[in-house]
Design a binder for this molecule. Structure first.
Ligand code: PLP
Length: 281
């Protein structure tokens, strides 16, 4: 396959990163995952803008413009003849003798590659199980940083218990999933944590919130508790790869009647329509 390595299209084997790359040693970098449907990027400008915002928050100057990046990513999709899948892209502060403070000369390292990933039809239709886990991450979860240990430990705990996702909380307040945003429906209202430093403001989250008025669903961007989560009418998570995935069990207990809820299904269908509108087919 062809990958993007800085400004060059090279074979996967030709992409070799220095062992003193700060991304490798410190997780000193930021990333994005963009969905491809029918060979076209979905909400690419939102993802690219968020990459630039994440980079700015860690004081990393990107060596390209949004336009140049957009063009390179579409070329990458074409070269790999990707139909349905994802692009993973990341940029690190690059290689320099190991020291915590930033190197004087910036030399960021950018890599991107594509992968075939089908839409997760089964889990979207049937729903998945989740666990509740403590959110032990740092206080800048708004940055899409390569430092994901807090997320990984929570996800691993979920998988070790046969669950798909860990829904995180700080002192009983639900923040988000380990790799997704979390939502509940209560009394015909959609509730989700506001976009503060405690969550990543997901692009799927934003797309959903934008679609709610069109289906007459009232939105409340307000923190909710574990009690609210466990007594909700519907629960779901949303992300670029999981799209809208219903949560039908939490810590072994059924959510409502253990079936994806009506509002959740309505949101899935308007998201699908939005995808078709942007990407065709
Ligand atoms: N929150 C976290 C911690 C994530 O890792 C992700 C995506 O992987 C999301 C939320 C959802 O973001 P997006 O919808 O932009 O994929």
């Amino acid at each position: 396959s062809t990958v993007l390595y800085n400004n060059n299209f090279v074979s996967r084997e030709a992409c070799t990163v220095d062992m003193e790359d700060r991304g490798y040693q410190f997780g000193d970098g930021v990333y994005e995952v963009i969905r491809i449907y029918s060979g076209k990027m979905f909400t690419s400008q939102e993802h690219i803008t968020r990459l630039f915002e994440s980079a700015e928050k860690i004081k990393l100057d990107l060596p390209f413009t949004k336009e140049e990046l957009t063009k390179n990513l579409s070329t990458l999709v074409e070269k790999n003849k990707l139909h349905t899948g994802t692009i993973y892209l990341q940029v690190t502060r690059g290689a320099s003798a190991r020291q915590h403070q930033f190197p004087l000369e910036g030399n960021p390292v950018f890599t991107a590659y594509t992968k075939e990933v089908p839409r997760p039809e089964n889990q979207m239709n049937e729903g998945v199980a989740a666990i509740i886990a403590e959110d032990v991450r740092w206080l800048r979860c708004d940055i899409k940083s390569l430092n994901l240990l807090g997320n990984l430990l929570a996800k691993q705990e979920a998988y070790s218990q046969g669950s798909f996702e860990a829904i995180l909380h700080r002192d009983g307040t639900v923040t988000e999933g380990s790799s997704s945003n979390a939502f509940i429906i209560k009394n015909n209202q959609l509730i989700t944590h506001p976009a503060t430093n405690l969550i990543l403001n997901g692009i799927t989250r934003r797309e959903l919130l934008r679609l709610c008025p069109g289906i007459g669903l009232d939105v409340k961007e307000e923190a909710f508790t574990l009690d609210d989560l466990l007594s909700a009418d519907e629960v779901f998570i949303a992300s670029t790869t999981a799209e809208i995935t219903p949560i039908v069990q939490i810590d072994g207990k059924d959510v409502a009647d253990r079936k994806p809820g009506e509002w959740t299904k309505k949101l899935q269908s308007v998201l699908k329509a939005s995808i078709q509108e942007q990407c065709g087919e």
